[in-house]
Design a protein around this ligand. Structure first.
Ligand code: NAP
Length: 346
């Protein structure tokens, strides 16, 4: 149909890619999206075979990922739901051809070389460095105008989205005593680790269990520090693995610069997200839970204040595959093309 956007997903056979495929297939503004896959056993089959949830009367053939094939389809927009190594390799080529890109990986999110170290990128690659600088951090609630104009949108990390949306308004309003230390105690369902099972994510290790991983060493720490405007001594982020398939709950502990009333915190959050369809602020004492936002694109925020009004427990919940990945990617696409931010997401 003339006027409809031509889009494609690279990595559609993964968890985030599947969620993206599901959303794009029913998005009203898009021509039927295409799906690319590396040269694996799954290629040349139908995405409906990999994910029977997508079975139906239409076929969704997996196309070989090659420069010629990408060129041949004259795409407007490419989504990468792939490991960051593949995104680093392929996205510069797509961008050079003038294609707009939303990357779900961590390949282009970080502006500071010190934070990028954890990914082990080749920092001598000038082309990649330029692209990393030009990439826009795709959190529409914070960077809507820049996302609109971006050629490359770096979709944020799932944990990072939950923490940044909760913390940024309060830190920017000068309410947080950052030097007293902010603790982000975050818990995620296992789909956050992707489709390939590992000894750590194997059912037997996860079921009926709760465990900490990557304390002081998780890749999302840099994003959180950069976006909220903190240094590493001010924030401790500890991820946990929950025995559920999807969903994140972040509990954030912090001290305030002066005693405040609950209304002040609530107003700060509400003012920051007025007009933002995908952030919901709960009135205290009500707090978000994973079940309220699972399978939706909402990030839910709530808080409880200590009786003296000086200590705050902030709670942020989202679905890691939706607002933490594919839903946010579709929201970014909507912003990039000037469409309603809720289109294709309800
Ligand atoms: N899962 C989440 O909650 C979540 C949230 C936010 C961001 N992300 C990010 O989104 C990206 C995709 O995550 P995911 O959880 O969907 O991962 P996944 O389930 O492991 O899927 C990744 C897909 O990428 C493709 N791929 C290309 N090169 C690969 C390689 N060397 N090894 C493995 N797969 C490769 C594969 O598709 P083909 O074989 O068809 O090519 C695979 O199905 C990652 O960068 C991740 O960090 C994930």
């Amino acid at each position: 149909v003339p006027g409809q956007l031509k889009s494609a997903v690279v990595g559609a056979t993964g968890y985030a890619g599947f969620e993206l495929a599901r959303l794009l297939l029913r998005h009203p503004r898009l021509a039927p999206p295409l799906f690319f896959s590396r040269d694996t056993a799954e290629r040349d089959t139908d995405l409906g075979k990999v994910f029977p949830h997508l079975s139906g009367n239409a076929s969704h053939k997996l196309l070989p990922l090659s420069p010629e094939e990408l060129e041949r389809h004259q795409l407007d927009l490419l989504f990468f739901a792939t490991p960051h190594e593949l995104s680093r390799e392929w996205i510069p080529k797509a961008v050079a051809r003038g294609v707009r890109v939303v990357d779900l990986s961590g390949a282009w999110r970080l502006k500071e070389a010190a934070h990028r170290k954890i990914y082990g990128f080749d920092e001598s690659d000038g082309c990649a460095a330029k692209l990393a600088e030009a990439a826009v951090y795709g959190l529409p609630e914070l960077h809507r105008d820049r996302v609109h104009d971006a050629q490359l949108v770096a979709n944020p990390g799932c944990y990072a989205t939950s923490v940044i949306l909760a913390l940024a308004p309060l830190v920017r309003a000068g309410l947080v005593a950052s030097d007293s230390g902010i603790v982000c105690d975050c818990k995620s369902g296992v789909s956050g680790a992707g489709k390939q099972p590992t000894p750590r994510t194997h059912f037997v290790e996860v079921a009926e269990n709760l465990s900490v991983y990557s304390a002081f060493g998780h890749r999302h720490t840099g994003e959180i520090l950069e976006q909220v405007g903190l240094d590493e001594n001010q924030l401790t982020f500890t991820p946990h693995l929950l025995p559920i398939a999807r969903g994140i709950l972040s509990t954030i502990y912090l001290r305030l610069n002066k005693p405040v009333e609950p209304g002040e915190i609530e107003q700060c959050l509400r003012d920051s997200y007025s007009g933002c369809a995908w952030v919901r602020v709960f009135p205290p004492p009500q707090l978000p839970q994973i079940q309220y936002c699972a399978r939706t694109n909402f990030c839910d925020l709530g808080f409880n204040l200590s009786p003296a009004g000086t200590r705050l427990v902030l709670v942020s919940c989202l679905d890691n595959l939706m607002k933490g990945a594919a839903g946010q990617a579709v929201q970014n696409m909507n912003v990039m093309y000037g469409w309603g931010e809720q289109e294709g997401l309800n």
